[in-house]
Design a binder for this molecule. Sequence first.
Ligand code: GLC
Length: 430
Amino acid sequence: MAFDPVLYDDIIAAFTIDTEHLHQAAAAFRQDMRLGLTGSPDSSLRMLPSYLGLPTGEERGDYLALDFGGTNVRVLLYRLAGNGKYEMLSHVAKPLKVDGVYDFIGAEATGEEMFDFIAGLVDEVVGGDHETPYLLGHTFSFPSSQTNINNARLIIWTKEFAARGVEGEVVNDLLRAALVRQGLSNVTPNSVINDTVAVLLSAAYIYGDTKIGAIYATGHNTCYLESYTGTANAPMILNMESGGFSKLVPNRFDIALDAASEKKGEQRLEKMVSGRYMGELFGMALAELLGTKEHMHAFTSVDISRILEDVNGDAQSAASIVETATGQMLSAEDAVCVRELARTIVVRSVRLIAATFVGTLWQITGEGEIRPQHIAVDGSVYEKMPLVKETMADVFAELLGEDAPKVDTILASCGSGLGAALAAAMVESG
Ligand code: GLC
């Protein structure tokens, strides 16, 4: 191998987590949940109340849904038919940023411009109808504090969003004002939920037996139904903002990535695991191997997917993706090492996320026995990245032993949209 073998082994070791450390991660996560529930400032989990429990499965009617949480914004019109049934009547999706054309995400943009763009999408979905009253559920996938179901205030942008005039604001006030400017006073936003909450609502509506919802995509986060056993509180879904979990030991790449990010010190778990960052970690580690540390090589998690999809002996995809990004031609032997690096970064990501699921299961279960259940997950990394589902199941076997078969992860695709429509229906029926 042309790479320094000692350095290579050292990098692989930096991204490897053994069973003992994984167990510790799950236990530390559960401990942070407990601290967060008591409101302790020592918890890195926000444990944000959603003001919603689970749907009954009988929600019915037509509702608008806004799914706002990544580069793509979607507005959808759903018809809920009860018994876990639904139909999507119409939808539009547009990116908030098109390179060289417009950008509603960066620090140059204002919240007003961003929400005017979104109100335009709502207008498209209702076909210019400015008369028929509609209720709209809003999936807003950023950390927000709420004192009721409709007044989410953005605490801090994540996922490298930076538009001005939104942090600290009540997002549905901004949305409502933009809808009015668009002539859409007939559209009433009545609820705001996190995307993890939307995923949990949609899976609970369709499949039942689900108490944990997560996103594994550009960002990463998990919510769960807190039963508040033994207290007078009614069960409520809590958005943990688990991407902010900070009780893991970062390696040197995690530290460097954080230092170069928009929000230093925030979202430490997310920066180790999510799709927005895995390609960057890979690029940094590769630069060390190639001895080109001064250059930042740009890779995405889609590149990583493509590298892992190629299972041939000479890892040709790894070689060609690396050549495109860095101009360097790798030998077949080095390409195989690079593929192994990609695999190690992805496996670490899945193992850490699965450990947080186990910590959450322990918290839900308390002293009792784990009940058979699904963990609902949505997001492109969960859906498309090789190795994710089997690695997740391996971790359950590793940490849960004989209880592992009781738990599985299921894909709740489009949960962010459907969940918003369900929230709007749940709020209407009170
Ligand atoms: C980020 C956001 C969080 C969201 C997650 C997935 O972590 O802070 O609210 O749920 O991304 O989109």
